[in-house]
Design a protein. Structure first.
Length: 223
């Protein structure tokens, strides 16, 4: 039996894992879904290959599961990997999206899995401030009005939080990116035994949509 975390490498799943472990839960498996569809309704798309570095930094076994990323059909791929790994507890980084949370909870109920969502309805500034204080999380994609190219690769810090607040006031942008406004990747966290250093990147920009793609990266000892 496994206690797993549905792990994308982004800020929400990493912080949810952190909170679950800090609460005394032992997590021995990371499940990372790899959608072919960049607009997957359920799963994180960019930079998923580099979650292998995060798993190594965490010292937690990881399994990848490929999915076409088609709406609703991608759920069957998640169901399969949960069964194959005999998962009995699943941690997710769900914050406000009922679309994602309801579907995961239904799958867990059907398979007798305990569903744990430590960030559910967390106050946005509480999460962002904790990330800015204790994590090194960068923005890896943007796709909403108000964002520009300068957000790509930017660390979520006090300055970025202030800019997100302004975007929320002006454009109603969800500050936690729950509506797909942006995505993120964590380079360092309290549970990481090593930190991730980026060696090479590629930036794609098309109007108001952009991606910060990690081409190469490696692990380094923490100072």
């Amino acid at each position: 039996m496994s206690n797993a975390c549905l792990y994308s490498g982004g800020k929400d799943s990493t912080l949810a894992l952190h909170k679950a472990v800090r609460s005394g839960r032992k997590i021995d498996l990371l499940i990372t879904m790899r959608p072919e569809n960049q607009y997957s309704y359920m799963f994180h798309y960019p930079n998923t290959a580099h979650t292998a570095l995060q798993a190594e930094a965490l010292g937690i076994r990881q399994v990848f599961a490929d999915t076409k990323g088609e709406k609703e059909l991608e759920l069957a791929d998640l169901e399969r990997v949960l069964r194959e790994n005999d998962v009995k507890l699943l941690v997710t980084g769900a914050t406000y999206s009922s679309y994602q949370a309801d579907r995961i909870n239904n799958i867990c109920k059907e398979q007798g899995i305990e569903s744990v969502a430590p960030l559910w309805h967390i106050e946005p500034l509480e999460e962002l401030n904790e990330l800015a204080s204790d994590f090194n999380a960068i923005i890896t994609s943007v796709s909403a009005e108000g964002f520009d190219k300068s957000f790509l690769g930017a660390k979520i810090d006090d300055s970025i939080i202030r800019r997100l607040q302004e975007l929320n006031r002006k454009y109603k942008v969800n500050m936690l990116f729950e509506g797909g406004e942006a995505e993120s990747f964590v380079l360092d966290a309290p549970l990481f035994r090593k930190r991730i250093v980026i060696d090479d990147t590629k930036t794609e920009w098309n109007g108001s949509i952009g991606r910060y793609l990690i081409e190469q990266a490696h692990l380094e000892e923490k100072e």
